[in-house]
Write a protein that binds this ligand. Structure first.
Ligand code: FAD
Length: 456
């Protein structure tokens, strides 16, 4: 059990402080993510990118072999409750306007449409290239692959039945990214991947071959190939690691814990067809593993700090426009963003990013850390369920944005205004929303366990 007064390690706040903060932030955060066009629609490339690390056809949820592991007998279950159906996206989707169209007529309505009453000027993003400081995987340069605008409200993160070897392979490869080597070594997934020889990972690979000799690299490749079996580390094994490596692990594990919390909380009872919390699911995936819950709280502290740091920049009209051709909506959205950011700033010193990448091997780890995080975001293209891929991509982009704010923007007297893309802001605030929901659900689950214990 976790004592409420205990401090969440690597953060500067107790569990109860974070829970109190969440009670204050959540109403504003729900309002922002549920009632503004800007924050309820996400532009994502879900269907045009192949898994860059392995042939993912066997991991697709439409494949019965993936679904049968979760459901006793898929064929006995009504079609609409089957994993392949639950994982599908719902609602209208609009395509990104291509580059040529942007040049010719920048504010033309979207092909495909976003649904009634959705302000396109609050949703469409034109300049969305990644830069060197990004922790997300840069999207393809070609305009056709920029993806679709998807309603997050119509596609809630919840149980989909995606499980089995496909899901396990993705999680294993994600955790394998945590096996830091010397900073000059290429990241593990990059070593085993099948990508264009011109890609950034291939460049690293070439440099290492030159520096370390082919034999040594082949040995690294053998050890870290994503297809070799992986033994998960326990939370305790990370205690001895330096802060940077620990933070990397905690971000991933906390994200995993949040996904597990959502699927346990919004679970489909396949006997009754009702969506309801599944206490066994919570006990087996979270309650028995306090370190996973601690990592989720840690992520909450980290993202809170990033939003608090970003807040002042978003407050001024000249720094960021949310809705280009709808000034009323722009003002309303900005006010809602500020309500969240002000609450986030109400607990100062919740996480100290200045301690990272400073001492010992820290400075040399920064690039490796960023490359590894990019690989985690690339791994989302290997997730074989559309809805899971949507939320997986959004959350890795959200953490990537938080890390970028914390580690790439100066804390000098005259800090540079951070330039964030629309997708980054939407991902950041919705990732915060996911964590906020998870914390509330975890408290309710804990209450259920306590009630049962009290009754016995
Ligand atoms: P998994 O959750 O698959 O975990 C695999 C192993 O990782 C565990 O055995 C354990 O050793 C370790 N582990 C588990 N949790 C943690 C943690 N927090 N920290 C460290 N180690 C841990 N399913 C849905 O129903 N809805 C979704 O929206 C959804 N989204 C997904 C998004 C992604 C990116 C991925 C990869 C999968 C998603 N899934 C989703 C599938 C879901 O996460 C599980 O993989 C699935 O439910 C099977 O669970 P499991 O019990 O086999 O363990």
């Amino acid at each position: 059990a976790i004592s409420p007064k205990a401090i969440v390690s690597d953060a500067c706040a107790s569990y109860s402080t974070l829970e109190r903060l969440n009670r204050n932030v959540k109403p504003a955060l729900d309002d922002l993510t549920r009632t503004t066009d800007f924050f309820s629609h996400y532009r994502v490339n879900l269907f045009h990118k192949k898994c860059p690390f392995w042939n993912d056809e066997s991991g697709m949820c439409g494949n019965i072999a993936c679904a049968v592991e979760t459901l006793d007998n898929e064929e006995d279950i009504p079609l609409v409750w089957r994993a392949s159906e639950l994982g599908k996206l719902e609602g209208p989707r609009a395509r990104h306007p291509g580059k040529s169209m942007q040049k010719a007529e920048p504010r033309r309505p979207l092909q495909g449409g976003l649904g009634e009453n959705v302000g396109e000027s609050c949703v469409v993003e034109y300049d969305d290239e990644c830069d060197d400081r990004d922790y997300c995987a840069p999207e393809d340069e070609s305009a056709t692959s920029k993806g679709d605008y998807v309603s997050l409200l119509r596609n809630p993160e919840r149980f989909t039945g995606y499980a089995g070897d496909g899901a396990k392979q993705v999680w294993d490869a994600i955790y394998r990214e945590n096996c830091f080597q010397r900073s000059s070594f290429p990241h593990s997934a990059a070593l085993g991947q099948d990508i264009s020889p011109m890609g950034p990972a291939a460049m690293d690979f070439k440099a290492v071959i030159e520096a370390a000799g082919r034999q040594q690299v082949l040995e690294q490749q053998r050890q870290h190939n994503p297809l070799t079996p992986f033994v998960a580390k326990t939370g305790l094994e990370h205690e001895d690691e330096c802060l940077e490596k620990r933070v990397f692990y905690r971000v991933i594990s906390g994200m995993h814990a949040s996904i597990s919390t959502h699927l346990c909380w919004d679970f489909l009872n396949q006997t009754t067809g009702k969506w309801q919390p599944n206490l066994d699911c919570y006990i087996n995936r979270l309650h028995k593993f306090p370190d996973r819950i601690s990592n989720l709280y840690f992520n909450y502290a980290l993202v809170t700090r990033a939003i608090a740091k970003l807040g002042p920049y978003l407050s001024k009209q000249q720094d960021y426009t949310f809705c280009v051709s709808d000034l009323d909506q722009d003002g309303v959205t900005r006010a809602k963003v500020m309500a969240v950011a002000e609450q986030a700033a109400s607990v100062p010193e919740i996480f100290d990013e200045n301690l990272m990448f400073k001492n010992g091997e820290g400075p040399s780890l920064k690039e490796d850390f960023r490359n590894r995080f990019r690989n985690v975001s690339r791994l989302m293209d290997c997730v074989g369920c559309d809805k899971c891929r949507l939320w997986g991509k959004l959350q890795t982009a959200g953490y990537g944005t938080a890390l970028k704010i914390l580690f790439e923007f100066d804390n000098n007297d005259k800090p540079q205004a951070p330039i964030l893309k629309r997708t980054e802001l939407v991902a950041l605030f919705n990732t915060y929303g996911r964590l906020s929901n998870s914390m509330e659900a975890l408290q309710k689950f804990r209450g259920m366990v306590e009630d049962i214990e009290a009754a016995n």
